[in-house]
Design a protein around this ligand. Sequence first.
Ligand code: BDP
Length: 695
Amino acid sequence: EDGYRLWLKYDPIDNADVQQAYRQHAANWFVAGNSATTQVIKDELDFALKGLLGEASATDAESAGLIVAAGDNATVYRQKLKIETADLGDEGYLIQQVRWQNKPRLVVLANTDVGALYGTFHLLRLMQTQQNLENVALRSAPKTQLRVLNHWDNLDRHVERGYAGQSIWDWHKLPDYRYQRYFDYARANASVGINGTVLNNVNADPLILTSQYLDKVKALADIFRPYGIKVYLSVKFSSPQLIGGLKSSDPLDKKVQAWWKNKADEIYQAIPDFGGFLVKANSEGQPGPGDFGRTHAQGANMLAQALAPHGGVVMWRAFVYANEKNEERSKQAYSEFKPLDGKFDDNVLVQVKNGPIDFQPREPVNALFGATPQTPLMMEFQITMEYLGFSTHFVYLGPMYEEVLKTDTFAKGKGSTVASVIDGELYDYPITGMAGVANIGTDRNWTGHIMLQSNWYVFGRMAWNPSISSATVADEWVRMTLSNDNEVVTKVKDMMMASHEATVNYMTPLGLHHIMGAGHHYGPAPWVDSLGRADWNSVYYHQANSKGIGFDRSPSGVNAVEQYFSPLKEEYANPATTPEKYLLWFHHLPWEYNVASSGRTLWSEIVHRYYQGANTVKEMANTWDSLEGKIDPWQFHQVQMAMTIQQKEAIWWRNACVLYFQQFAELPIPEGLEKPEQSLEYYQSLSFPHAPGQG
Ligand code: BDP
């Protein structure tokens, strides 16, 4: 098992009783209809059920144990069985055990074929995880509308912040050459409910909008359509100048507006269900409406108006940090976008990274969530491992996503969670969505590390249902990807659930952030102090000096806390009430500060956390070793090799950071903790000119 099959392995069910029970339900199946999507359902069922049950075959509705039907094809069942499906919408489904023509049947019903496809994958998941299907009766519909991957893939196949090989899009061979991988990508996405993909990097190449590339984009859109997946493109705001021969890209210029309108018409001519545009504007050197003295809203609306007649949307990113007021970086997205609330057209979403800085191992949530009642905010999570050790560190991101989604913003009082903002419940947003920066590449195992497949998986599951627990998802994923053996499930799940906190501890405990290597973000480098902008440097973020450590974002400092709703703003303003996980994010505190949870001094607590993080990784590796023989050998060894690297690098992180901060604290490493084997100078001398994934 090299990992290519992801969580869709469909190996024979190893429990004979369970397999026998499933055979009665599903060995003979019937899928109503003849659309491209029903063909996908038939192919998947044929492949999956033959695998899981040993044998299975398609038959007619009269003799089938399993019936899948949608839309008009489902009318007869809905009526005779008195089953209501209106509430399932366009993508939901139900799975139910019924009696039909005097025989027990399992039915998967939906209003659309794509809904039936999602239901089919859910049913297969129940079987792969060996759930009891007797009297099953469940209904599911997605809570967010746009569930999209963002590929930071360049047209030359380099993936920015990608650690799993090259881009899976072979632009050179498109449109004619259609790899099986494209189809398997679509299957995997559909299996977790992902219904959109932005094919190219947010640092966009304008060529993507030329007719030569649009032909290639169309080929992918045609492949993905039966799987319910829409294609979107990242666009460069200055495209009218760069490829259109215009003198300006000013959004209020009539010629510019006409250029985008024509471009949208051209795209929809080829791809009638094209999803829309993702835009990084006036951020990190990218062009934008600000270059012409216009606002983000004016820029976004111009594109939105070009797409609106065709039903497309604009996902406009809030990742900006170069405003004229020269505010502290964490405050800028809010300052820029809050005043624009209500100024965006109906088909615009503002896409916000979960935290106010940039995909750190841990950040408090961006204060924008909850602050824009009239502007749909869409979540942007990172699935790829930019600041998390790349693809040799195993960090299951489920608990991190869950922590963010469950955070109460208090925007409309208690219970105003981030999840309720982005799923539209809080403000009744007309469109909702969640984006994840993909971790996918050409590596055989897709994500560079088998365990990191779980992050693609959990992203999809949480986009569908932002309230699902990360532990539930971990359980499913382990059973589908590794084994249903109880020992494997329990132990790997524990590893997964501990992995994120462990990495936070060995990299950036207690709210520290942005102390990774310069540019590539690989490895510890809290000493970085020479980059072009102050807020690209590590020393700017940790502010360590002889007195203490941490970034004062309280009212005595840059007052970023003022952007949050009460009571968060008061809580975060005071170190005593700030959750310890964000302590040094919001406060600069003396080395002797007493950390309440442990009673240790701040210095001692920081050091202990670094050691604890590295120890947890060691325990994770031991746990993994104990599973040898219980997991497929090649899967086992791949993960074991990566765990060895992660163990070494966790110690590297720990030693480098502890020694570096010790210079300021001038305090000994607490009793009982082994001394770092190398000097600070040694760690500082390491360099990684060819570290992967850079822009
Ligand atoms: C940062 C990455 C950079 C991206 C940028 C973005 O370092 O490569 O282009 O975010 O999200 O995390 O636009």
